[in-house]
Design a protein around this ligand. Structure first.
Ligand SMILES: [Zn+2]
Length: 505
């Protein structure tokens, strides 16, 4: 290619020389041919070896290549040039940089559809956990353009966001709690005029290329069924999936059975009425899995996700802890841990900490180990982190699934786990953001987002006490063909992450 470009440029320059205009046509052709011939010899063969084979920017050799889309699971060499996978082969190939992946698994980079904190320190933890694309879809933002602008050209990994109903509600109705409302945006029913403003903000976000619509009626119980339906209508216009934290999260089976599935019903109904694709956030209930499977069988575009932890982390003043939380969550004070100190809460400390700012979190243990295992191994679920910097799942989710649940406990196979981390989340977003057709795969023409790890060693290290401890066992990570992690270490000054964004209208 370099030669062709140089010769074309030479010929263009040649036509600009005035003296040649006086030379005969044959003369001009002769000068052109001689020049082109000289260039052909003179330009060094930068892109090929002596035998004429192509030299790639990076080659990953001798690795166990696992691609959940095709089912490929064997030793292959991969050639990458620019940001793209160019060849997958058993033949020897040459590159300017060679990564020896002997005894390592070469997988598509992990895609986390549910990550809340998006600063560079968060991305550093994510990449050490094998994540190459991370998105804030559940909460989203009320200012999509600015959200992308703040991260463009500065991010270690790929990033994306949804147009959020909750932040739009906070922007329109005002609330001291911001993304974790506790005032009007949480509790008050909106007027018709306010609903119009909220949906207008969601629509604007979609016009600016947001990849989904986030809804959290579980944290905005003041939003009526009609308000939610209006938001689903906007999502349907854009064929954008609605990522829903349902109104009435029930985690324990007993409460589910006695209190019903109010929030799930609302989301399914809104999706069925409007035609909006639906992605139900963090599901652990067998009955909800059954409903998702039944809806899929009837042709509805419904998907779901889960994380590999028994606990969550959230500010204490959110509506989740409004009176009645013990019944709703099936837990008590002893199941709440104040993240800052590690202490278990009592009735007294609960009341005191409920006045704390939203930057402080409570860890609540609401699930059993068996519920987590059943959710992770259910073929319907994608693996997501629901990560924030107050909980170990931001740093440890993917290594925990691959180390604890695949290797140690054999809850699911390695390929099944990778499918939930790569191709499933990519396909969830493809219709809205066609660029995702090139992610989550190891195939020729796909983006070179790649996670190369030691399956015998990979494990999470983050704990509730130390949530920012990076995972171990991820040896190399490529983001758009650039090494972000090399020999287990983050490469300084690298910012190859790109926006994951839908068409801007
Ligand atoms: Zn949630």
């Amino acid at each position: 290619m370099a030669k062709v470009k140089a010769i074309a440029k030479y010929l263009r320059v040649l036509t600009q020389f005035r003296f040649l205009r006086n030379v005969s046509r044959h003369g001009r052709v002769l000068v052109g041919l001689i020049g082109a011939f000289v260039l052909t010899i003179a330009i060094p063969a930068a892109q090929t070896t002596k035998s004429g084979a192509e030299v790639y920017d990076i080659v990953v050799v001798n690795g166990r290549v696992m691609d959940p889309e095709s089912g490929l699971d064997t030793i292959r060499n991969i050639g990458i040039s620019g940001a793209t996978i160019k060849i997958i082969t058993t033949e020897e190939i040459a590159g300017r940089t060679t990564i020896d992946a002997k005894d390592l698994v070469v997988a598509p980079g992990f895609i986390d559809l549910h990550q809340h904190d998006h600063e560079s320190s968060d991305y550093a933890l994510k990449v050490m956990d094998g994540v190459t694309s991370t998105l804030e879809l559940e909460t989203g933002t009320a200012e999509v353009e600015g959200w992308y602008a703040r991260r463009s050209g500065k991010s270690l990994i790929n990033f994306g966001v949804s147009a959020g109903h909750l932040p739009a509600r906070v922007a329109v109705m005002g609330d001291p709690g911001g993304d974790y409302p506790s005032g009007d945006a949480a509790h008050r029913v909106a007027t018709e005029a306010e609903i119009a403003k909220i949906t207008a903000l969601v629509r604007k976000g979609l016009q600016q290329g947001a990849v989904a619509v986030g809804t959290k009626p579980g944290l905005t119980p003041g939003a009526s069924n009609w308000e939610m339906l209006e938001v689903f209508r906007v999502a349907a216009e854009f064929r954008a999936p609605v990522v829903d934290h349902q109104r009435d999260t029930r985690t324990d089976q007993a409460t589910l059975e006695t209190r019903g599935l109010l929030g799930i019903d609302e989301a399914f109904a809104a999706a069925a009425i409007t035609g909006a694709p639906l992605h139900i956030a963090h599901v652990f209930s067998p009955r909800v899995f059954q409903m998702v499977a039944e809806a899929q069988a009837r042709g509805m575009d419904v998907t779901t996700e889960c994380y590999p932890y028994t606990s969550g982390a959230i500010p204490l003043q959110t509506t989740i802890f409004d009176p009645g939380w013990q019944e709703r969550l099936g837990i008590g004070y002893k199941d709440l841990i104040w993240a800052e100190t590690g202490e278990r809460l009592t009735e007294e400390s609960f009341a005191r900490y409920r006045q704390s700012p939203t930057t402080k979190r409570v860890i609540f243990v609401a699930l059993t180990e068996n519920m987590v295992k059943a959710a992770i191994s259910n073929p319907l679920t994608m693996i997501i982190s629901d990560g924030n910097r107050y909980h170990p799942r931001e740093a440890g989710t993917y290594s925990r699934v691959l180390g604890k649940y695949v290797r140690e406990e054999q809850t699911l196979t390695l390929m099944e786990a990778l499918r939930k981390m790569t191709i499933m989340p990519a396909q969830r977003l493809e219709q809205r953001a066609p660029m995702m057709k090139k992610k989550g795969r190891i195939s020729v023409g796909a983006d070179a987002d790649m996670t190369i790890f030691d399956a015998g060693r990979i494990i999470d290290r983050a704990t509730i006490e130390q949530p920012a401890r990076p995972s171990e066992g991820v040896q190399y990570v490529l983001v758009n063909g650039v090494l972000a992690v090399k020999e287990g270490k983050i490469q300084g000054g690298v910012a190859a992450g790109r926006p994951i964004r839908a068409e801007i209208r």
